[in-house]
Structures are given as C-alpha cells and as structure tokens.
Design a protein around this ligand. Structure first.
Ligand SMILES: [Zn+2]
Length: 84
C-alpha cells in the first residue's frame, strides 16, 4: 500500500493522503462485510431464542443493530492493522 511517495513532514514508511484514504476505504469495506457475517447468525439466533412477541422482537432487533455497529468498529480496527 505504500507508494513510496515522499511527502514533506511524513515519516519514512508513512502514508500519503491518497494512500491513507484508499486504506481507510478498504478497511471500511472489509469491516462492513465482517460485521454482517457476524450479525446474521446472531440475529437468527435471537429470533429463535426470544419469545415471538412484539416487545422481544424489538429488543432483539435493537440488540442486533448494536451488535452490528460494535463488531463493525472492532473489525475496522483489525482490518486497518491488517492491511498495513
Ligand atoms: Zn501514497
């Protein structure tokens, strides 16, 4: 990912603005996919495990959404470390 471009004020082995943006975009894409892959089985499990009432469905849905965002955040950090 390092283009070797010399940018003033940048450490050796650092990223120029373009490379940084490309890297962040890639990490975001990987993270969305990973979060989805982690959330779908969890959402299915919640649907099967929780009683089929409106309240529990709503609670299960919001839990799945929170889970999606949390796994997305974690996956993004991991992906950024990965694609150095
Ligand atoms: Zn670059």
């Amino acid at each position: 990912m390092r283009c070797g471009e010399l940018v003033a004020g940048l450490d050796v082995g650092g990223y120029c603005a373009d490379c940084w943006r490309a890297r962040t975009r890639r990490a975001g894409r990987i993270a969305r996919r990973a979060a989805l892959a982690a959330t779908l089985p969890f959402a299915v499990y919640l649907m099967l495990a929780l009683p089929p009432t409106r309240e529990w469905r709503l609670l299960g849905a919001s839990t799945a959404v929170v889970w999606y965002f949390l796994t997305g955040l974690i996956a993004r950090r991991v992906a950024l470390e990965w694609i150095k």
